[in-house]
Each structure stands twice: as structure tokens, then as C-alpha cells.
Ligand binder design. Structure first.
Ligand code: ASP
Length: 351
């Protein structure tokens, strides 16, 4: 029997992908013009699937906000029953944040939702846009039966779990990495599935580790009063003190092994003041560094009631904190659910 032709929804949000080649400007795009551009430059799409192109917006991703994440999740969940998979064309700068937000909002994820973008516009010579789009559509067209239904990111031949990626370069075609989680698939002469992320085998492994309480259904709302701050030697803790009253939460990006300038009195005072106010303080680390070591220089963070973020990326931790704190009684919700996995975001390792 002949296999039914797959249907893929391509949602366009903007970024370098659709920019005019020179200079890098956002062109006036309408759905017809974008569709024509895609068909002219990537005629193979026709052979891969029946693609429906929808322009959600046309912006540099620096100009996207949490409200846009919520709208995007709504648009996807309202339409995914009609498609085998969804491809989201997105600027690369804040793609890691959007992918994390979608991983929390689209639960249970019914279809493969694959975000991609480009370092050079589709209209430019030597663009990576074509390759990224073709492979993302090919993966999405496999549908939930063949491709794990989850939010992922495709870039430069690699498929990553969406809430584990970080942008690693603004110039290399290998623009993304997932330093604390395995790559899901590699596209070469054929597609090699290397890991299955939240939707597959890892579930059974995880269930042996710790069975989280069933995650609640939360609203698609985000607090706009979460501050993420990178710690530095000689951290100016006094400068932050007056801000505490305006915040719903403080996310500290610690040194790679989870340490912090806890020798500074002003820093310790900042943590105690936050604790006294009931302000949640979360700690996350960057890169693939050590997590969970009990260095004395980091232990004071825990003694002051800070919440450890396991192997979450800073982007994902920021989105999760904003989401939990965006709920009614946000501080309570955050404290109860920070260490519970909603979308395999990486809380199971660490302290
Ligand atoms: N500034 C662009 C954006 O994030 C960069 C890109 O798409 O690569 O929208």
C-alpha cells in the first residue's frame, strides 16, 4: 500500500533565515512571498511533504517575549492534530529560550516540534538555511510514530533536545550545542537516532532514578520579574540589594562547579535578605562543567536556602523559573516544583 503523504506545518517567526542577504535586514514578507522564496530556493520540500507555510511574525528573535512563547504554543497545539510534524523557523539568538518554553507548555507533546534557523540567510550564497530546513522538514514528516514527539532543535546536521540547547557561535554553522545532554540524532547519508530524550527510552532509565510526582497543569504565564545574574569575582552584591523588593525570583549563574563568592559578607547578606523575604534564589551553572560537587565555596548557597538547578541550562532554568513564578502563589509553586522534571529538562543530577 502506498504511504500517505506527510503533512508538515512550517511556522515562520523571523531571524536571519529569511533576511535579505545583504545587508542583514528584515524584509517585508507576506505568506505568498515567503512561500515563493521557499519553493524557489528549496524545491525539494515538495518531495518531502505537503508543507503548509504560516507566518506567525517576522522579527529578530531578540524582540520576542514570553507572551510570544505562549502564543506560539497555542498556535501549535491548536493545529497539530492536522499535521505529522511542525517546523518552527526562528532566529538563533533566543531560540534556546523559546525551545525551553515550548517544552514546558506543550505537554504532553503530541507531534515532533522542531525549531531551526540559520547563520546565513536563505537568499545568501553558501547559506546553511537550505540544509537546516530540508532536514528539519524530513524529520518532522516522519511523524510521532517514527520521530519522538517532543520539542527539539535541528542545526547543522544534529538534532538536540530543545530545552538542553545553548547557542555556541554566531558564525559557525555548528551554532548550537547541548553541553549537558546527548545529541538525539545525526543526519548524514542517513538519519542516525542516537538518543531519544524525554519521549523514549530515557524514560525507563529515569523512572529507575526517581519517580517525580505527576507534574501539574500550569498556566502559560510567565513572571517578568525574574532576574538572571552572572556571578563574578568581586561581585557587587550591594548593588542588587535594593532590587530584591521588585523581584519574584533571582537566578544566579554560578562558577562552573557551582561555587560562588560566598566569602564576601555583602554576598552572604544578599542571600539572607532574599531568604528573609521568601524570595526564591536559584543557582545554575554554564557549560559542561562539574555539577553537584560539595565545595565549601558553594555550600553556603545551599545553607542559605538557594535551590540547585541540576543540569539545566541557564536559558532553561530562566524560563522554568519565570513560568513557575508566573503562576498564582508563584513562590510556593516554585519551591515545590523546582526539582521536579516537567520535560526532561535536567534536574535529576546535581545536589
Ligand atoms: N539576530 C538574529 C535572530 O536571532 C540571529 C539569527 O537568526 O541567527 O533573530
Amino acid at each position: 500500500m502506498r504511504k500517505k503523504r506527510s503533512k508538515v506545518l512550517i511556522l515562520y517567526l523571523g531571524g536571519t533565515f529569511g533576511m535579505d542577504a545583504d545587508p542583514l535586514t528584515i524584509p517585508r514578507l507576506n505568506p505568498q512571498r515567503l512561500r515563493r522564496r521557499l519553493v524557489d530556493r528549496v524545491p525539494e520540500l515538495e518531495r518531502l511533504a505537503d508543507c503548509q507555510v504560516q507566518i506567525q511574525m517576522n522579527r529578530d528573535s531578540a524582540h520576542l517575549d514570553p507572551v510570544d512563547w505562549a502564543n506560539l504554543a497555542k498556535v501549535i497545539s491548536e493545529q497539530w492534530d492536522r499535521f505529522d510534524g511542525i517546523v518552527v523557523l526562528h532566529g538563533t539568538d533566543t531560540l534556546a529560550y523559546t525551545a525551553s518554553a515550548l517544552s514546558f507548555l506543550l505537554r504532553p507533546c503530541k507531534k515532533p516540534v522542531i525549531l531551526t534557523g540559520a547563520q546565513r540567510p536563505l537568499a545568501a550564497i553558501r547559506s546553511d538555511a537550505r540544509r537546516n530546513l530540508i532536514s528539519a522538514v524530513e524529520l518532522a514528516a516522519r511523524g510521532a510514530a517514527e520521530q519522538a514527539p517532543q520539542v527539539s532543535v535541528f542545526f547543522n546536521d544534529l538534532l538536540f533536545q530543545g530545552n538542553r540547547v545553548r547557542k555556541r557561535s554566531a558564525v559557525d554553522f555548528a551554532g548550537f550545542e547541548s553541553p549537558k545532554a546527548p545529541v538525539l540524532a545525526r543526519v548524514g547519508a542517513s538519519i542516525h537516532v542516537l538518543a531519544s530524550g524525554s519521549a523514549g527510552a530515557s524514560r525507563s532509565i529515569k523512572s529507575k532514578l526517581k519517580r517525580p510526582k505527576p507534574a501539574p497543569r500550569l498556566r502559560p504565564c510567565f513572571s517578568s520579574r525574574v532576574l538572571m545574574v552572572h556571578l563574578t569575582p568581586g561581585f557587587p552584591a550591594e548593588a542588587l540589594m535594593p532590587l530584591l523588593s521588585d523581584l519574584d525570583g533571582l537566578l544566579l549563574v554560578a562558577f562552573p562547579s557551582g561555587t560562588a563568592p560566598t566569602h564576601q559578607e555583602a554576598f552572604r547578606k544578599l542571600l539572607s535578605a532574599a531568604r528573609a523575604r521568601g524570595l526564591p534564589v536559584m543557582v545554575v551553572t554554564e557549560g559542561a562543567g562539574v555539577t553537584g560537587n560539595e565545595y565549601q565555596a558553594g555550600k553556603a548557597l545551599l545553607d542559605e536556602g538557594c535551590l540547585w538547578s541540576g543540569t539545566m541550562t541557564p536559558e532553561c532554568a530562566y524560563v522554568k523559573a519565570s513560568w513557575l513564578l508566573g503562576q498564582p502563589r508563584g513562590a510556593e509553586i516554585l519551591k515545590a516544583w523546582w526539582n521536579v522534571e516537567f520535560a526532561d529538562e535536567g534536574v535529576s543530577q546535581g545536589r
